[in-house]
Design a protein around this ligand. Structure first.
Ligand SMILES: O=P(O)(O)OC[C@H]1O[C@H](OP(=O)(O)OP(=O)(O)O)[C@H](O)[C@@H]1O
Ligand SMILES: Nc1nc2[nH]cnc2c(=O)[nH]1
Length: 191
């Protein structure tokens, strides 16, 4: 069982193509932190935003971004999944719903990727329904899918081509969330 997964994960990476290396990824995260700091660390800012990481994919992005934010904030996470172990999206499944009181708050949502936009559209609507005053969508990567999305990111790290990517928190079939760069894989339907 373990060797099956080990071999499958290795084979997946052998045919993958690195799109963005660690240096490019790290620089993009720092630019995003700078953008957030410019607003929330402004001398006249009294804001205390709620930062929500969308698990599981946002775990690496969140862990890299948070220490670069220089203003007072509250952190929590939500857990939503639409892909599971597939490379195509399905129904949005809530695993952990927003717990903190979001009423009247500015909420900064952190996610790894905006693809078809269904996940973050659901997240944003739920937060607004709960009374959030403002929802800022900050996504590490925005995929150029060539068609309109149901929501738009307010802050984007990098725009990526229309390929299925792994690394920096993102997985394919459960593999390779741990890669420091971004790699495009051959999906099962392309292999
Ligand atoms: O824009 P969309 O097409 O809706 O896709 C984006 C979502 O897909 C990924 O989550 P996934 O469902 O793979 O769960 P995970 O975060 O646990 O990997 C990613 O983390 C986003 O939340
Ligand atoms: N790992 C991964 N998850 C996704 N969720 C939506 N798009 C993607 C993608 O390209 N890669």
């Amino acid at each position: 069982m373990q060797d099956f997964h080990h071999n499958r994960a290795r084979a997946l990476l052998e045919t993958a193509e690195e799109l963005f290396n660690k240096e490019t990824v790290d620089a993009a995260v720092t630019r995003m932190a700078d953008t957030l700091n410019a607003r929330f660390n402004a001398p006249d800012s009294q804001e205390f935003p709620l930062v929500l990481g969308v698990m599981g994919g946002a775990v690496v992005f969140t862990g890299n971004l948070l220490p670069q934010l220089t203003f007072p904030l509250e952190f929590d996470y939500i857990h939503v999944s639409r892909y599971g172990d597939e490379d195509q999206g399905g129904q949005v499944v809530w695993k952990v719903v927003p717990r903190s009181n979001v009423t009247g708050r500015t909420v900064i949502v952190l996610d790894d990727i905006l693809d078809e936009g269904e996940t973050l559209a659901h997240v944003k609507q739920r937060l607004l329904d709960m009374g959030a005053a403002e929802v800022i969508l900050a996504v590490f990567c925005d995929k150029a899918i060539g068609k309109a999305k149901p929501c738009k990111a307010d802050i984007v790290g990098i725009t990526i081509p229309n390929r299925f990517v792994v690394g920096f928190g993102m997985d394919a079939y459960g593999y390779w969330r741990n890669l420091p760069g971004l790699w495009a894989i051959k999906t099962d339907s392309e292999a």
